[in-house]
Design a protein around this ligand. Structure first.
Ligand code: BYC
Ligand code: FE
Ligand code: FE
Length: 473
């Protein structure tokens, strides 16, 4: 399969040959106004008429895929781009590893593939909905711009999946694409599919934790899907990963800047009190890490999963960087999973294929541990005695083996009573939100930052920190 050149002239920028596929182009051009209606209703509240210094994907050349300029968000050009690969792709894992990849949907995998694609797709608009009010309390123009950059790109990720649904799944796919615009994050009657995407993200501490931990699940899921034997899915997720890196940067550096500022405030106060200077204390940061990290762990699915085994066996979804493994069939290996038996932890040996969710979660957890080490270096450099940590992956789970049991953040089984008595110490609670909203007032002056966060080390795309990233007048 060769990829057509990038076409930027039509209503929908693309490198999938839309101008030659009249039926598909019409279907997507019919979906476009519905998408824009959703964006206007559920995308960023206000700011629609403000020029934002945004990057737009205009090419699939790794050296120059993005164009930076002022754009009003509703005028952003949401496009469809597949990673071009010249050589013939093959199935990367499972029973048929090595066979030619599918350029169309195999009948026997149709329902499974559609479910995977719809699940991936659903998270993209969900995150935009969760973040829609944050512009009103942005700590700086630099951060406001990063929020909007993430939002428009999550919108493009929805386009990437809707293209697959329209092109390969006929009537069912079009219906699914319509429903993606109808579900709503947090709505009890028509919620988004996965748990984390129905949790409120009301303030910037949650925004940075979300882009750090939840977008990072996106990175690992997209990487696993980029190993898919369904070639169009592999290529579209591969290209999505180029944009994803910035989302993770926003989250990881955002938390790092808060931690740095809190350490400064801690040092300035004779009692080390951060809150009485309007900053964010470390217990609150730790509770936020606990909250979003554990909801994000849930996104990997059950520790022992026959779905995961099927996805892998049929070559629909691989592991993180499948090419780092030598055995792509994984028929023989096993994996030891800690399970609860009569209130105690014991290890159960599981066939490797059934533990594929856990294998992917392992890669994710070590990446998160790396970020924690970095933040702790920031604390050390600032002379703070505080250290932050990740809770056990058993703590506060809603999916998988540990969901029916209670654990403390260290991973020890505890009673329901003990769990409930300590929730306010371990997780973000409504009083935390009230405090955070009380200190988060908008700071829209170029080069100025809210009191609770340190400035970044540098600006965007070579521009200075005091650049007018969003023009508000
Ligand atoms: N919440 O065998 P199990 C992103 C369901 S994020 C609610 O344990 P499986 C982004 C599951 O569907 C990346 N339900 O799990 C980030 C199943 O339901 P059914 C999104 C859940 O199927 C930030 C049942 O529980 N991409 O891109 O092996 C901003 C038992 O399933 C949850 C993907 O997720 C949950 N957390 O794995 C913007 C990739 N977890 O069948 C964007 C596609 C599980 O009983 N999805 N369930 O009705 C998948 O590969 C799989 O669906 C999962 C679940 C890994 C999510
Ligand atoms: Fe995304
Ligand atoms: Fe993202």
């Amino acid at each position: 399969m060769t990829t057509p050149n990038v076409d930027l002239t039509g209503k929908i920028p693309n490198n999938v040959g839309l101008s030659d596929d009249v039926k598909l182009r019409r279907a997507l051009e019919t979906w476009l106004p519905q998408y824009l209606e959703w964006w206007n209703d559920m995308g960023p509240s206000d700011f629609a008429d403000k020029p934002v210094f945004l990057r737009t994907a205009v090419s699939v050349d790794p050296g120059g895929w993005a164009h930076y300029d002022y754009v009003k968000m509703p005028d952003y050009r949401w496009g469809i781009f597949l990673d071009p690969n010249a050589e013939a792709a093959s199935i990367k894992c499972g029973d048929d590893a090595g066979a030619p990849a599918w350029t169309d949907v195999p009948g026997e995998h149709r329902n499974t593939l559609r479910r995977i694609i719809v699940t991936q797709a659903d998270t993209e608009p969900a995150s935009v909905e969760q973040q829609r009010m944050l512009g009103h309390i942005a700590p700086s123009l630099y951060d406001l711009r990063n929020l909007f950059q993430v939002n428009v790109e999550e919108g493009r990720h929805l386009w990437a999946m809707v293209y697959l649904l329209h092109k390969y799944f006929g009537r069912d796919g079009r219906d699914e694409a319509d429903e993606l615009l109808m579900r709503r994050s947090g709505d009890p009657d028509k919620p988004r599919i996965l748990g984390a995407f129905n949790q409120p993200c009301d303030h910037w501490l949650s925004f940075f934790a979300f882009t750090m931990f939840t977008d990072r699940d996106g990175k690992y899921q997209l990487a696993a899907l980029s190993e898919s034997g369904f070639d169009p899915l592999a290529r579209t997720t591969q290209f999505m990963l180029t944009e994803e890196a910035h989302h993770l940067f926003v989250g990881e550096t955002g938390l790092d800047r808060i931690i740095k500022r809190s350490a400064e405030l801690q040092r300035q106060d004779p009692n080390g009190d951060i809150r009485n200077q309007g900053g964010i204390d470390f217990d609150l940061i730790q509770r936020t890490i606990n909250y979003w990290f554990t909801y994000s762990l849930d996104l990997f699915g059950g520790e022992i999963s026959s779905n995961a085994s099927t996805f892998f066996a049929t070559g629909l979804k691989g592991r993180y960087r499948e090419d780092q493994y030598t055995d792509h069939r994984a028929i023989e290996g096993s994996y030891r999973v800690p399970v609860v038996e009569a209130g105690k932890m014991v290890e159960q040996e599981v066939p490797l294929r059934n533990a594929m969710n856990e294998v992917l979660r392992d890669a994710y957890v070590s990446d998160c541990e790396r970020a924690l080490r970095k933040w702790n270096k920031t604390l050390e450099a600032a002379g703070s005695p505080t250290r932050l940590s990740l809770p056990s992956r058993r703590f506060h789970r809603h999916q998988g083996l540990y969901a029916d049991h209670r654990f403390d953040p260290a991973g020890n089984p505890i009673s329901q009573g003990e769990y409930e008595a300590n929730l306010g110490r371990w997780l973000l609670v409504p009083e935390d939100n009230a405090y955070l909203l009380s200190i988060m007032k908008p700071c829209y002056e170029p080069g100025k930052f809210a009191n609770w966060i340190a400035p970044p080390n540098k600006g965007i795309e070579g521009r200075p920190i005091e650049f007018e990233y969003v023009r508000l007048d």
